[in-house]
Design a binder for this molecule. Sequence first.
Ligand SMILES: O=C(O)CCC(=O)C(=O)O
Ligand SMILES: [Mn+2]
Length: 217
Amino acid sequence: MTSLDLFSNLDSEPLSSDISQHATLFHQFLAEDDDALLSDIRGVLRHSPLRHIQTPAGHKMSVKSSNCGEYGWLSDSQGYRYQKTDPMTEAPWPEMPSLVRNKAIEAAVLAGFDDFRPDSCLINVYLPGAKMGLHQDKDETDFTKPIVSFSFGLSVNFLWGGFKRSQKYQKFQLQHADALVWGGNDRLRYHGVQQLKDDVHPITGRCRINLTIRQAG
Ligand SMILES: O=C(O)CCC(=O)C(=O)O
Ligand SMILES: [Mn+2]
């Protein structure tokens, strides 16, 4: 073995797959920071706890959610929107942890989106049976900014659709420590999450945690 071979697995670029033109999956991108990121998120949830929110039509979402950052995404009988305060505590949402922000910017830059200033992080927690139907992320003000999505814990099938809900979708797996970035021509694609299968993950236990980091304002 030459000395070069010894270092051949120390690539600086993470292993990535192109999902479509402007969507990239970075496998294991968060592997070295998973404990620190999850401990930061636990800190956030002590101030703004997880809760089931209702869709405007009055259906309870199966995921539990909370937020950090300047803007929090929520939904109730008044519609889907961003808001600067947590309706549960009436206080501003907790600050976005700097590690969350920095890793999101790093992933966005690697995917080709240089000027991303995240101001919102939605925290979604899926227990077995929870899912998210096909939808577009379209409550943000500037669609030139990408969506950065971090996954922890149990693996799930992610649904990647077209620009109408009725269009065909493909499925791929999101695993612990994966980062997915989409923007540009793919920014308004329908996407969703298939029902989480019951299992136990060594780090998160019986759940999947998703962080969806956005520039909302
Ligand atoms: O959990 C996920 O991977 C996706 C979440 C999502 O699309 C959203 O919260 O808008
Ligand atoms: Mn979404």
